[in-house]
Design a protein around this ligand. Structure first.
Ligand code: HEM
Length: 411
């Protein structure tokens, strides 16, 4: 039976539900599915039927296909039937660029893009070094730590909160809300979305009354002075998106990179001996085990074909960026399954592709390079305090990363 006819009756549609067991082992589970073909009919959480895109070329084709869009209207019935939440303005990232198609996407992205340009990011580098050094200083005397709690989590949160102008006292609430928001669709996720929106709406009022030298004040000013360019709902959705997109992703990139180095200590030794390789190494970490295992969904606005599979108007498409990155063809003679921090220009789609390509990619790359470089330099004998197989992974949602990283080192 070919795949197109299988779709008519769908007798053996594999469930691709990121339960805790699947999540702990998701690269293997997704690779097995990929072996059946690059575009597979699957059932997601809540029973939603979707096309899973699992390979590099097909992922790039899907993410640039003009008929695969964010507008969920053609799929609304299917989504409603399984109670799937589409984020509307006023909830989570609803009203942000990530949920929009052109021309609204283009307008919003243009307003925010200058703040994340490579030049602006370079200006932040010194501050990221300072925050990193402060966290490592605090960790050092103890000789042991949970690296997630002490380092990989607070670093990106501090950076994004300082950039946006979110008071230090509120950062713990932010971490809790974003964690819940990235979980499975549930009452808890909905409540977290509303809390985030409510908090940001209040903060926007404060920035209007007392503008400061931060990104949220700049955006607030644009929304109030340039009527029609950025509505209040869009402003709030944008700020919530930046907080969510800007932190757990980077926390888990750094965490996964450290796990990869604990698994291959000779690669850590190589990075210590040749610290100039760190930026190239970050590309390799992004390729091999990035933090975003699945992408957001796309909805077919018209009938189309992907890898010979017919996709109908209203069908749901889910692009698995982690698997697509691991599937990307690499330079000849190299083994794509192996971590190689000297790999020349690894190809991946860890930051997505096309018009929604991650706006914060320069910031994420810089933060990860600074963090990993500083950790290896500061603690030459940094090691995991538990067996690799005992690590616990984020149990639900689209994000992949270790929940805790108990480590030991000489103070
Ligand atoms: C979009 C990954 C860090 C801001 C995206 C997308 C991916 C991604 C895959 C595209 C999603 C899609 O097409 O559905 C990552 C990873 C990161 C990271 C792996 C870290 C390792 C950041 C940071 C920021 C950021 C630090 C900024 C503070 C954004 C924004 C978008 C986005 C604003 C939406 C762009 C658009 O819709 O045009 N990111 N991201 N990200 N990311 Fe990131």
């Amino acid at each position: 039976m070919n795949r197109t006819t299988m779709r008519e009756t769908e007798p053996d549609r594999p469930a691709l539900i990121f339960t805790p067991e699947v999540k702990a082992d998701s690269p293997r589970v997704l690779a097995e599915l990929r072996a059946r073909g690059p575009v597979q009919r699957v059932r997601l959480g809540n029973g939603l039927a979707a096309w899973a895109v699992l390979s590099y070329e097909e992922a790039r084709a899907a993410l640039t296909h003009p008929d695969l869009r964010h507008d969920p209207t053609p799929s609304e019935k299917a989504l409603e039937a399984v109670g799937y939440t589409v984020h509307k303005p006023g909830h989570g990232v609803g009203g942000s660029m990530l949920q929009l198609d052109p021309p609204d996407h283009t307008r919003l992205r243009r307003l925010v893009a200058p703040a994340f340009s490579p030049r602006r990011t370079r200006l932040l580098t010194e501050r990221v070094h300072e925050i990193t050094a402060g966290l490592l200083d605090a960790m050092a005397p103890r000789g042991e730590a949970d690296l997630v709690e002490a380092f990989t989590a607070p670093l990106p949160v501090t950076v994004i909160c300082e950039l946006l102008g979110i008071p230090a006292a509120d950062r713990d609430s932010f971490r809790r809300w974003t964690g819940d928001f990235l979980g499975l669709p549930s009452d808890r996720q909905r409540a977290a979305g509303l809390s985030l929106n409510g908090y940001v709406a209040e903060l926007v009022e404060r920035k209007l009354a007392e503008p400061a030298d931060d990104l949220l004040s700049d955006l607030t000013l644009q929304s109030s002075t340039q009527d029609g360019r950025l509505s209040r709902a869009e402003l709030i959705g944008t700020a919530v998106l930046l907080v969510i997109a800007g932190h757990d992703t980077t926390v888990n990139l750094i965490g996964n990179a450290m796990v990869a180095l604990f698994r291959a200590p000779h690669q850590a030794d190589l990075l210590r001996a040749r610290p100039e390789l760190v930026e190239q190494a970050v590309e390799e970490f992004l390729r091999l085990d990035s933090s975003v295992e699945a992408s957001t969904l796309r909805f077919a606005a018209n009938d189309l074909e992907l890898a010979g599979v017919r996709i109908r108007r209203g069908d749901v498409v889910a692009v698995y960026l982690g698997q697509a990155s691991r599937d990307a063809p690499q330079a000849e003679g190299t083994d794509p399954a192996v971590l190689d921090v000297t790999r020349p220009g690894p190809r991946h789609v860890a930051f997505g592709h096309g018009i929604h390509h991650c706006l914060g990619a320069p910031l994420a790359r810089m933060e990860a390079s600074v963090a990993i470089g500083a950790l290896l330099r500061r603690f030459p004998d940094l090691r995991l305090a538990v067996p690799l197989d005992d690590l616990c992974w984020i149990p639900v949602g689209m994000m992949r990363g270790p929940l805790e990283l108990p480590v030991r080192f000489t103070p």
